[in-house]
Design a protein around this ligand. Structure first.
Ligand code: SF4
Length: 461
């Protein structure tokens, strides 16, 4: 057993990391699917979308071959509608709410239709929004992830100049650095950031780390408002013996490296244990398998009924050949010559529900041991508490405290996305960015400022 890179051929890497959700092969296939939609009154699919995309409207526009119109409908509500069509857990959002489920038929493939429309818009560089005349105001945003980009685009449309300070060398945040490569490629993420900023009035300053290269004080002095959207990022520690051994890795770091390098350069163990059962755990496990690990086991302290990932994510892991060990909690990592060699787990049983409403795991007294050479920790992420404390921002265990949807206690400083909610879906961050922009406009332009919810197209259909 050993951890090493370059386990597969170039062709195998390409096959393993190919797009997991292929698009419609023909326009006819998209039209056929669009015409299945019942165009419901009071549509449940729209209500279950955190950004309230008017789903029947954009599907009707596809059905009538008005692709520009459909892309406009999507982007007016969610400027990251293309990326969200690839990464949203639609089975628990729009597609899960589609009325076809009640008829025990396949729901409308909303994500695929959304992808069909938005990718056409990006490929053709359709500019679907005009900026309103300048309001002579400028806003600084910390973080070029989904919340920051969504806030920036909304402000730019309203005539505000925006500068985003991003600590990485690329924009996109979690989308670019934190999601499995077979869901969204790095090239797509770059295209999406360029498409969003192509409206104008948005400058992204890369390699600018908040608190180090740029301070809150500087931003407050030089901009009319500041929106903080720096996400979460620190992996939760297991706090068990052996965590320091060579071969123990954070899932966030593992996925980040994978997104930022050639697949052949990423070292992976032969026998890998992944701790956790959220989307990050699934992404780490499936990618470890796709990098050539022969044996990958997901270890989760509760049962399938309490798992945070969706059934679809679980199915992907199983199809990739990952094993699942339920009711097991890591107790100790054993090493040999400083390297991981075994993982000892407590066998758990379920007790009373905890604060999350899920039955809490309790140690049963039994243990078991599995041979591994790599342990990937994916037991959740923690907020950047030291960053928040250093800037005297009121917080709740490191998550920025806000009143309303995005106002902090500091004058003209707003916040949203994962740094406020602790880590939700990309689509939630996009909505947070819109909410932040609305609050900023009310503060720096007029308390009565309203962003039109139904933006008029700036093109002829
Ligand atoms: Fe169409 Fe389903 Fe939405 Fe009804 S619920 S509008 S059928 S996608």
């Amino acid at each position: 057993m050993s951890i090493k890179n370059n386990r597969l051929t170039t062709a195998e890497y390409q096959e393993n990391f190919a797009d997991i959700h292929p698009p419609f092969e023909t326009s006819d296939a998209a039209l056929t699917e669009a015409n299945r939609c019942l165009f419901c009154y009071d549509p449940p699919c729209m209500k279950s979308c955190p950004t309230s995309i008017n789903v029947p409207k954009f599907i009707k526009q596809i059905a009538t071959e008005n692709l520009k119109g459909s892309a406009h409908t999507i982007f007016a509500s969610n400027i990251m509608g293309a990326g969200c069509s690839k990464v949203c857990p639609v089975e628990k959002l729009c597609e899960g709410a589609c009325v076809y489920n009640m008829m025990h038929e396949e729901p409308i493939n909303i994500a695929r239709l959304q992808r069909y429309s938005t990718e056409k818009a990006m490929a053709n560089k359709w500019q679907l929004f005009d900026r309103k005349p300048s309001k002579g105001k400028k806003v600084a945003i910390v973080g070029a992830g989904p919340a920051g980009l969504s806030c920036a685009h909304t402000l730019s449309r309203e005539g505000i100049d925006v500068t985003i300070y991003e600590k990485e060398a690329k924009g996109g945040g979690l989308m670019t650095y934190g999601i499995a490569a077979y869901k969204v490629t790095p090239e797509f993420c770059e295209d999406e950031v360029n498409y969003i900023t192509s409206i104008g009035g948005i400058e992204i300053k890369y390699n600018q780390e908040f608190g180090k290269d740029v301070t809150l004080e500087y931003l407050q002095q030089n901009y009319d408002a500041v929106y903080m959207a720096f996400g979460v990022g620190l992996a939760r520690q297991l706090d068990i013996p052996g965590e320091h051994l060579e071969g123990v890795e954070d899932a966030i770091k593992f996925i980040y490296e994978l997104r930022d390098n050639d697949y052949s350069k990423i070292a992976v163990g032969d026998k890998v244990a992944v701790i956790g059962m959220g989307m990050t755990a699934i992404d780490a496990a499936t990618q470890a398998k796709r990098l050539g690990a022969s044996d990958v086991t997901l270890v989760y302290r509760r049962t399938q009924a309490e798992m945070p990932c969706t059934q679809k994510e679980l199915d992907i892991a199983k199809l990739d050949g990952c094993k699942i060990t339920w009711l097991a909690s890591p107790k100790e990592i054993i090493g040999n010559n400083g390297k991981v060699s075994q993982l000892v787990c407590d066998v758990m049983k379920l007790g009373e529900p905890d604060a999350s409403g899920r039955r809490s795991p309790i140690v049963s007294g039994e243990t078991f041991t599995i041979d591994v050479d790599m342990v990937i920790k994916a037991a959740g992420q923690m907020p950047f508490q030291s960053l928040v404390n250093a800037n005297n921002i009121e917080n709740n265990n490191g998550k920025i405290a806000v009143s309303g949807k995005s106002a902090t206690k500091l004058a003209k400083v707003f916040a949203g996305g994962d740094c406020v909610n602790g880590g939700k879906e990309v689509v939630d961050a996009v909505q947070a960015g819109k909410d932040g922009a609305a609050a900023i406009l009310k503060t720096i332009v007029s308390p009565d400022y309203i962003i039109e919810s139904e933006l008029k197209p700036t093109f002829n259909n």
